[in-house]
Write a protein that binds this ligand. Structure first.
Ligand code: NAG
Ligand code: NAG
Length: 366
């Protein structure tokens, strides 16, 4: 009901640990699916198990890559006769990129079943992470080779796409006092940028609620990453450009602007997003474009404290107004040169980029 009312799509995970000897036992899954379809619930996606490569560590048991391929074939059979035969099948939700496990899973049946290859990603152990880890470009860069490997693996399978199926900064519940504060936006925005740049189709954030990395806090107030995510959704479209970064501590990404009725940007517009990891602002100049004006959405911590629970948009603290999202208005500059503290979005409304002119940006899921 909650998901339905706020317009979310739901992905469910079925229990892979219910087993008959070496094989998955789907009887409980069948009951759950029957119950759900009787209630009229819809699922955007269905997965089987969570982080099966960690079963030995967590549960002293194993489900091999080969066996998981067979279990997924069984899942496909089970779904055939149900209202969920067209739901996406996602998997295998591996913790970290384990090349051999994924390749064997795919070649032993997984590839004929799944629509979306999912891997989970965390940069570090949330309990031991330090404040400076959230601004460390080298930690951000660790994600890149993983994503390159994922993309080269799925390229052998026509139509298969990849998502980060569960992801945040630190595993184990996040980093107290840091993982849900302003500074967490560095890793989050960079992850969104890197994932899009290397061709992943979706990034599923851990978590909406709960843990030290949630988008909504225990008082039901948005955390800084909520505001960052909302602006990202509104401003950043699906077509991605390959923007070289000029330095390790200044990270730049560019997409066609998302065209929607919040800001009414025109086709041809592009959105650049930038992260300045230095402690001081830098001067950023966008050149080579015929710029009449740019709209900036710059996000900085309230009071200049990286661990602030409040984020400011162009110098004004973002807060719900009578429980509603406030207008988040850009500041318009008549030049492509600007001060860049922290991170933010720069929309170039008149860029008139050919690749961004067609209205349709295509579907997100392949
Ligand atoms: C793990 O499982 C094996 C086989 O069932 C058993 O012999 C062993 O005692 C278990 N180890 C632990 C730590 O529970
Ligand atoms: C950043 O992280 C790397 C590990 O990826 C570490 O070697 C380096 O010392 C860190 N830098 C700082 C300034 O903490």
């Amino acid at each position: 009901m909650y998901v339905h009312k706020i317009g979310l799509k739901l992905v469910i995970g079925l229990n892979l640990m219910l087993r008959d000897g070496t094989k998955w036992n789907p009887s409980n899954a069948k009951q759950l699916l029957k119950y759900s379809s009787d209630k009229g619930y819809t699922f955007a996606g269905i997965e089987l198990g969570n982080e099966p490569n960690l079963y030995y560590r967590h549960w002293n048991t194993t489900v091999s890559d080969v066996q998981l391929g067979s279990d997924y074939k069984e899942l496909k059979q089970v779904l055939q006769g149900t209202a969920y035969k067209d739901s996406l099948i996602l998997g295998p939700d591996i913790a970290g990129y384990k090349d051999k496990y994924i390749k064997t899973f795919l070649s032993h049946g997984g590839a004929s079943v799944i629509d979306v290859l999912t891997i989970n990603h965390y940069y570090f152990d949330g309990h031991t992470a330090k404040l400076k880890d959230f601004s460390n470009y080298s930690i951000m860069d660790h994600l890149i080779p993983e994503l390159q490997t994922v993309m080269s693996t799925i390229r052998s399978y026509n139509g298969l796409v990849a998502w980060l199926g569960e992801t945040s900064s630190g595993y184990g519940g996040g980093t107290p006092g840091i993982g849900n504060r302003y500074v967490a936006g560095n890793l989050w925005l960079d992850k969104l940028g890197v994932s899009a740049k290397y061709g992943l189709k979706r990034v599923l954030r851990q978590s909406l609620f709960g843990g030290h990395y949630s988008l909504i806090d225990n008082n039901n107030d948005p955390t800084p990453d909520y505001w960052l995510t909302l602006l990202y959704k509104r401003l950043v479209g699906n077509k991605v450009f390959d923007v070289p970064s000029s330095s390790n501590n200044l990270r730049l990404y560019a997409h066609c602007t998302n065209l929607n009725n919040v800001y009414n940007y025109m086709p041809g517009s592009i959105t650049v997003y930038a992260l300045n990891l230095n402690s001081d602002p830098v001067i950023l100049t966008i050149s080579d474009l015929n710029i009449k004006s740019v709209d900036i959405f710059w996000l900085t911590p309230e009071g200049g404290d990286l661990k602030s629970q409040k984020v400011q948009l162009n110098g004004k603290t973002l807060e719900l107004v009578h429980n509603h999202i406030p207008h988040m208005t850009p500041k318009t500059l008549g030049t492509g040169t600007m001060r860049a503290p922290g991170f933010g979005f720069i929309v170039i409304p008149d860029a008139n980029i050919a690749a961004c002119r067609p209205q349709s940006h295509g579907p997100i899921i392949g």
